[in-house]
Design a protein around this ligand. Structure first.
Ligand code: SF4
Length: 426
């Protein structure tokens, strides 16, 4: 539409604030930003200030009353009202703008939403109320978007959904995530495929076999368990029991033994007793996850838990439980990662962090190339090092921590000159 990117939101003629409300703090950040943008909006009457994303529910009268400076409220993926407002303010023709949402210079690894919304209605979660029911994107659209991304240098895609495993049940003809993985796998030039976030009830045997059978699909699964006790799981309305969760983990490990597993866990859910919390710790000990995203329960108004389950546990007790999770998990990660030492892994280089090239293994382990402790500052010779970004390099792991690995280049890969260049930098 002829508009150019502006890095300072205070000076921009069009501001689109994309919002997340999965936690209250995220929503507070968005509303704080709206306050900061208010003076600039009053001073620039032609400006279009749009709020998009999960903060915008099916109705927005209450939001409009609180934030009169906002011109457009757009639900997730509803770009049309924003384009119409820009047309009205600045002229131009929005026709065809939506067909080209792929960034001109995407990173090496990109995220691609494939299903929006969620049908699960876990009692603590606001997402289904804000994002609505599951709506899958058409397979051809997704494939086309990834082809465009690959043409612009992307080597890895992560297929995204609140419940990614439920992809396709609403499509006609029906498809599932395994079908989509097979289609995406056929895209020439794409090297790696991941998907996020899984739900234990929807991660079918077909999907697990697709991870085993399709070489580009990485052996890395995020499978939230949220709680280790059946009563708490029932109160959360997760739809599975502890033993069903553990059976799913066993199936994944039997079919794809090299899978790295990460998980999400809530501590201090309303009514969670110490004994029930201990059952979450049991799961951490027995499954031995590669990473755990643990969060203290915080009430989200509008959810079933907020209406029916009083949040009576003190913040201090929630913090204590979170600390126990971290204390237990850190040595588990340290032990798992130490097993990588001395071995070689394919690492897709994604960028430079503090002068060191950095990438990930197929199992999603963060790997730095070069040592952080070899006594000299890694000069940010990023011009040269960038030549290796986007390459898959064989790295021999020499250092491990609970959170990352570091190593040195073991062998040259396909693009030998880029790898040599990278070696020179390191
Ligand atoms: S599966 Fe549960 S926690 Fe995840 S988005 Fe859906 S309702 Fe929320």
């Amino acid at each position: 539409m002829g508009l150019e990117q502006c890095d300072a939101p205070e000076q921009a003629d069009v501001v689109v604030l994309n919002t997340c409300v999965v936690r209250q703090t995220a929503e507070d950040t968005a509303t704080g930003m709206l306050g900061k943008l208010k003076p600039g909006t009053s001073a620039n009457p032609g400006r279009v200030l749009a709020v998009m994303g999960c903060m915008v529910g099916p109705t927005h009268q209450e939001l409009s009353r609180r934030f009169p400076q906002v011109h457009v409220w757009a639900r997730p993926q509803q770009f049309e009202p924003i384009l119409k407002a820009v047309e009205r303010s600045f002229g131009g023709d929005a026709d065809g703008c939506l067909a080209n949402l792929v960034p001109a210079a995407p990173g090496v690894a990109s995220f691609v939403p494939i299903v929006h919304g969620c049908d699960k209605f876990c009692s603590f979660c606001i997402i289904p109320y804000r994002r609505g029911r599951e709506t899958s994107r058409a397979v051809d659209d997704i494939v086309h978007e990834i082809e465009l991304l690959v043409a612009r240098g992307v080597k890895e895609v992560t297929l995204l959904g609140q419940n990614v495993d439920s992809f396709g049940h609403d499509l006609r003809p029906r498809a599932d995530l395994a079908d989509l993985l097979a289609r995406v796998h056929d895209i020439a030039g794409l090297e790696r495929i991941r998907f996020l976030t899984s739900h234990p009830n929807d991660m079918s045997s077909r999907i697990i076999r697709a991870v085993r059978d399709l070489p580009k699909v990485c052996e890395s699964v995020n499978l939230p368990f949220q709680a280790g006790d059946d009563k708490v799981l029932a109160d959360m309305r997760r739809g599975y029991t502890r033993s069903q969760y553990l059976e799913k983990v066993a199936e994944i490990r039997e079919v794809v033994p090299s899978t790295t597993l990460t998980t999400d866990l809530i501590v201090g859910f309303p009514g969670e007793t110490s004994e029930q919390f201990d059952r979450s710790l049991d799961i951490l000990e027995s499954v031995r996850f590669d990473k755990v995203h643990a969060a203290m329960y915080s009430e989200r108004p509008g959810t079933a838990a907020s209406r029916t389950l009083p949040d009576e546990l003190s913040p201090a007790e929630k913090k204590r439980r979170l600390a126990l999770v971290n204390e237990l998990q850190e040595p588990i990660q340290a032990r798992l990662n130490s097993a990588y030492g001395g071995r070689e892994f394919d690492v897709l280089l994604e960028g430079i962090t503090r002068g060191r090239p950095q990438g990930r293994t197929r199992g999603d382990k963060l790997v730095y190339v070069g040592s952080a402790s070899d006594g000299h500052e890694h000069r940010a010779d990023t011009q040269s090092a960038r030549l290796g970004i986007g390459e898959t390099v064989k790295i021999r792991i020499t250092e491990t921590t609970p959170w990352s690995l570091a190593g040195e280049i073991a062998t040259l890969t396909r693009n030998a000159s880029a790898t040599r260049q990278l070696e020179a930098v390191i």
